[in-house]
Ligand binder design. Structure first.
Ligand code: SAH
Length: 194
């Protein structure tokens, strides 16, 4: 995280430990949440790993993940708001343009609930928005031995951060903490009334 300047990605108060608005009802998550996500994924974001960042927003976490997987790794950031995909590319180009040029970071526009099958399977999947359940496509695209970190909304409306491992083809789930994320939803539900 120290290797990636949040000032390139946050329109204001980049070093405050709080989420900041980036437009389109999206936020750049708070540093402590980025740190927690990277921490849970650290043994899977190793040199040469293949990773997916769903709801890549500002692009900050995608770049952090790319720093961890190094020159031979690839991180796909998928985001459904086209304006945010554009913004993230702009943010990354400020000081990390080589990651895009060398293909270590690929920013795509699309519905992250479908994952991104073209580059699957993924050793690590991070989901930056809360879903009602775990999208099946993401489970399918998780590599053997891989780990997904995803905020999931319960029936009572509370959100938990879930750690999901694929071990010998079996899914192992664990709730690691309570969290608050923006919803993983459709583009229309997120921004239609504007
Ligand atoms: N991790 C990012 C953004 C977090 S906000 C950061 O820290 O900058 C969550 C993001 O998920 C928003 O940018 C929102 O537009 C996006 N999002 C919500 N639902 C989505 C979906 N179905 N597919 C892709 N992106 C989605």
């Amino acid at each position: 995280m120290i290797a990636v300047d949040r000032a390139d990605f946050s329109p204001r108060d980049p070093y405050e430990d709080a989420p900041q608005r980036i437009g389109y009802n999206a936020t750049i998550s708070a540093p402590h949440m980025h740190a927690a996500a990277l921490d849970y994924l650290q043994n899977h974001l190793v040199a040469g790993a293949n990773a997916l960042d769903v709801g890549s927003g500002s692009g900050y976490l995608t770049v952090c993940m790319a720093k961890m997987v190094g020159r031979t790794g690839v991180v796909v950031g998928i985001e459904h708001m086209p304006e945010l995909v554009e913004l993230s590319r702009k943010n990354i180009k400020k000081n990390n343009s080589e990651l895009i040029e060398n293909g270590n970071v690929i920013m795509v526009e699309g519905d992250g609930r479908q994952g991104f099958a073209d580059k699957a399977p993924y050793n690590a999947i991070h989901v930056g928005a809360a879903a009602k359940g775990v999208p099946k496509a993401l489970l399918d695209q998780l590599a053997e031995g891989g780990r997904m970190m995803i905020p999931v909304e319960n029936e009572d409306g509370n959100q938990v951060f879930m750690q999901i491992d694929k071990v010998n083809g079996k899914i192992e789930e664990k709730v690691v903490e309570h969290v608050i994320y923006v919803p993983l939803t459709s583009r229309e539900k997120q921004w239609s009334h504007h």
